[in-house]
Design a protein around this ligand. Structure first.
Ligand code: GN1
Ligand code: MG
Length: 363
């Protein structure tokens, strides 16, 4: 891969550039580009071709959704260069560039003076995270969800994720099956629960929405000076989906007392105060417009996304760590165990979560 050639392929101002690795996502490779003679900086990213097999569709989704958001933000008097991602086209006007190895690259304007903590711990920051994800969904309520590509088929189809886990166990590619019996049993016992949200959708109880689908709280940029959440990033998985996925994935990370890969499971708890702080912000805009079943589905979503990430990490561990980047041996197993511990906590606290949600939404 020739990084300089990629930098030169995008419509950046002329002049010398410096490129440095940036961020800690599990999927794409990210760089920060600084250019001489401009205050602007740029994010340059190689899209993971193993994960995203149709990158052109990913980029189309992002373009349509960010254009739509930018119009709304401008109408509302917001700052369109800070509050949604701005794609920087290639010199030839294209949305992305393909390198000689077939990898797809794209670029965004960097939003300065922001941070994206992995585990925001103050209630104010969590409420801000909730508010900006809620606002993202609220602004997209009138976007026709079914016009977006489903860029990863069955991304949050949890029964399908169970099948993928069973495939991984059958193939046992990394030879680790014997060591994960307990985790597999935990997953299999819960198999029947995994269709709960999709069943409600199929019965017309839950509506299809435009969803982000990867709402880890570190996918939010927070203004360093004001502490206000500014922008939702990492739009690769924007697709039709259920709000429960977005709320749920944010709670999975944001309301946990420990990191996603914590090895000491005695540290992994669901912090209901954090959950409440996030939900307060999330429901500020959305609460009044959602019906009661959709509000209630958010609690189930927290469980579903936590369990689903657990089975995805476990499957990847069995497959030999081909999907999620790891930084130490058995990290995907550690991630799976921590997710299962948290999912169990959520099972015990389901009624409390539902009460909190209904109260905040005034239902
Ligand atoms: C991946 O790219 P990143 O790190 O924000 C993954 C999510 C998982 C998450 C687990 C496209 O997100 O689905 O929940 O890791 N993204 C994709 O940390 O699979
Ligand atoms: Mg990310």
């Amino acid at each position: 891969m020739n990084l300089d050639a990629m930098v030169n392929a995008f419509a950046y101002p002329e002049g010398a550039k410096t490129v440095t690795p940036f961020g800690n996502g599990h999927i794409n490779d990210t760089f920060l580009v600084t250019a001489e003679g401009t205050e602007d900086r740029y994010i340059l990213q190689r899209i993971n071709g193993y994960v995203f097999v149709k990158p052109a569709e990913v980029m189309e989704n992002i373009r349509h959704v960010t254009d739509f958001l930018r119009r709304k933000i401008t109408e509302e008097g917001g700052d369109p260069r800070r509050e949604t991602m701005l794609l920087i086209p290639a010199r030839n006007g294209a949305l992305f560039v393909t390198d000689e190895e077939g990898s797809v690259w794209r670029s965004f304007l960097f939003v300065p003076d922001t941070m994206s903590p992995d585990l925001p711990d103050s209630p104010e920051m969590l409420e801000e995270c909730g508010r900006v994800f809620g606002l993202f969904s609220q602004r997209l309520l009138d976007y026709p969800a079914d016009t977006l590509y489903e860029t990863i088929a069955g991304f949050h189809d949890t029964p399908h994720r169970m099948e993928q886990l069973e495939d991984a166990a059958r193939r046992n590619a990394a030879g680790k099956l014997d060591t994960v019996e307990e985790e597999l049993r935990f997953a299999r016992e819960r198999g029947p629960e995994t269709s709960a949200l999709l069943d409600q959708y199929r019965h017309g109880i839950l509506p299809l929405r435009v969803t982000h689908n990867d709402t880890k709280v570190n996918n939010i940029l927070i203004d360093r000076h004001t502490g206000k959440a500014v922008c939702v990033v990492d739009l690769d998985t924007v697709m039709p989906g259920l709000l429960a996925y977005d709320f749920g994935d944010a709670i999975r990370v944001g309301a946990s007392t420990a990191a996603e890969d914590e090895r000491d499971l005695s540290k992994v708890w669901l912090d209901l105060d954090k959950m409440q702080a996030f939900a307060r912000g999330y429901l500020r805009e959305l609460g009044p417009v959602l019906e009661k079943p959709e509000i209630l589905s958010l609690a189930k979503g927290a469980w579903m996304m936590t369990f689903e990430n657990g089975i995805r990490f476990l499957a990847d561990h069995l497959n030999g760590d081909v999907y999620f980047k790891i930084h130490r041996p058995d990290q995907n197993l550690d991630r799976a165990r921590a997710q299962f511990a948290l999912a169990l906590e959520m099972e015990r606290n389901m009624a409390r979560m539902e009460q909190i949600l209904l109260k905040l939404a005034g239902k």
